[in-house]
Design a protein around this ligand. Structure first.
Ligand SMILES: [Zn+2]
Length: 460
């Protein structure tokens, strides 16, 4: 209904009308009736016990898979092949007849048309992910799944003590809009969020940003860990005063413990990490007790497949996901390519949604050594911090690119220095193996707006 009215307005009136609606109508109705219903439900289901959460998931899963069987060519064939009848699901164990991973990015690209639900008539959004480091992929997201993801984020703001309509500053990848690029403006205000360009954060831009934080006093800040780290480094280096928002939310990249510490001390504010993906199949959010990230079970059914040969001493799992709400394009047992460590105890906040202790997949690739060892990006980052970082001169960031089993390019953000190179040549083979060949490459700054991956392997 609201969408129809909005779509019927002339272009020039749409933005002012959306603004007026957003500010005058009380939350959550200012985001539309569907959003309001979803948000209210989420506020109720957050305190369900394990059993109730599981039956909610089972009910949604059964509905989704029956729908997939009836309305998509892909799942009709797949379920017939394994003689799997979604309507007969009694328990999650009934899924054991099916492969543990069904969809990969390549599989989706090969079967796009057959994955689109034929009966879906409501509003759906065509999205695209991937690009620089992963295979690009198109898919649809239903309006319900899309709005539920937004509502899960809003619920996390509630956990963080940030009120609806509070002012939020956003530091994520890239520049804001084409208009902003033309006019060399560095920020854009949308509703009560101010989006900042992170493409060219040199000293004078950073100075302006800190100045704006101090003047406008945002209730919260959200952004990529790497973007917030760059701002935090600047604040700490210049010993600047900066206003402390109520909370800082990080997402879209792995938040390293060291980054969390830096951001929290630069702003003197607590960090609330969040994990999700562009495919809208999984969301996990950190609560006010900061003991891990709660899986938002209302949104997705998440399975964890153990990864063999982990070097961490902890059990590492691959995250395999099913969106429970996307009936426009069914993601069932989709491989996120992300790795996590699960928390063994439950959270003291009282919410029973399971906890992820650590996310490992997004900050880089696993390095495979010629002697069969696998080194996680986090292990490499920790090794670098413990053995090299503080002994190097003028180096801010590192990226390790594995070209071949025994050949690596060490990309350094900083100034070329033979002393540094000598030290790295002495120390890094302790981790990568003694026969390793190293080459160096220098960058003047972190490639702006891109997700900075600490390790890249060219043969995944
Ligand atoms: Zn909690």
């Amino acid at each position: 209904m609201l969408r129809k009215i909005y779509d019927g307005l002339p272009e020039s009136l749409r933005k002012p009308a959306a603004f007026a609606f957003y500010y005058t109508v009380p939350f959550p109705y200012n985001r539309g009736l569907l959003f309001a219903r979803i948000y209210k439900q989420l506020m109720e289901t957050q305190y369900l016990d394990e059993q109730a959460l599981q039956s909610l998931q089972l009910e949604r899963l059964k509905h989704l898979l029956s729908h997939a069987y009836e309305n998509t060519g892909y799942y009709k064939k797949l379920f017939a092949k394994y003689d799997f009848q979604p309507k007969k699901i009694q328990d999650f164990s009934d899924l054991s007849v099916l492969p543990r991973i069904i969809l990969t990015r390549e599989e989706i690209n090969r079967n796009f048309d057959e994955l689109v639900a034929q009966n879906y008539k409501c509003h759906k959004i065509l999205l695209r992910t991937g690009g620089t480091t992963r295979v690009p992929m198109n898919f649809y997201v239903s309006e319900t799944a899309y709005l539920t993801a937004l509502a899960c984020t809003q619920r996390q703001w509630h956990w963080a003590g940030v009120k609806p309509k509070d002012l939020i500053f956003v530091f994520r990848g890239g520049l804001v809009t084409k208009k902003a690029i033309r006019s060399r403006r560095f920020y854009e205000r949308i509703n009560n969020e101010v989006y900042f360009s992170t493409s060219d954060m040199n000293e004078s831009v950073l100075e302006r940003y800190v100045d704006m934080i101090n003047k406008m006093k945002p209730a919260a800040i959200r952004g990529f860990p790497s973007c917030l780290q760059i701002i935090s480094d600047y604040i700490m280096e210049k010993k600047l005063y900066v206003f402390s928002p109520k909370a800082i939310q990080t997402s879209s990249e792995v938040l390293l413990p060291e980054q969390r510490k830096k951001i929290e001390s630069a702003f003197n504010s607590p960090v609330f990490d969040a994990y999700g993906n562009g495919e809208h199949t999984v969301i996990a959010t950190e609560c006010e007790k900061h003991q891990g990230l709660h899986l938002n079970q209302e949104f997705g059914y998440t399975e964890f497949v153990k990864v063999e040969d982990s070097q961490e001493g902890e059990n590492i799992f691959k995250v395999v996901t099913t969106s429970l709400l996307n009936d426009a394009f069914v993601f069932f047992r989709y491989d996120t390519e992300d790795l996590v460590v699960l928390a063994e105890s439950s959270c003291s906040c009282g919410r029973k949604m399971p906890l992820i202790k650590k996310i490992m997949g997004r900050c880089g690739d696993i390095i495979r050594c010629s002697d069969g060892r696998k080194i996680s990006p986090v292990s490499f980052a920790n090794f670098w911090v413990d053995n090299l970082r503080d002994n190097l001169k003028g180096i801010k960031y590192v990226q390790l690119v594995q070209e071949d089993f025994d050949f690596f390019v060490v990309k350094l953000v900083g100034v070329k220095d033979s002393g540094n190179e000598k030290l790295i040549r002495n120390v890094l083979p302790l981790l990568l193996g003694k026969n390793v060949r190293l080459e160096f490459e220098y960058l003047s700054c972190v490639p702006a707006g891109k997700k900075w991956r600490v390790t890249i392997s060219k043969f995944q």
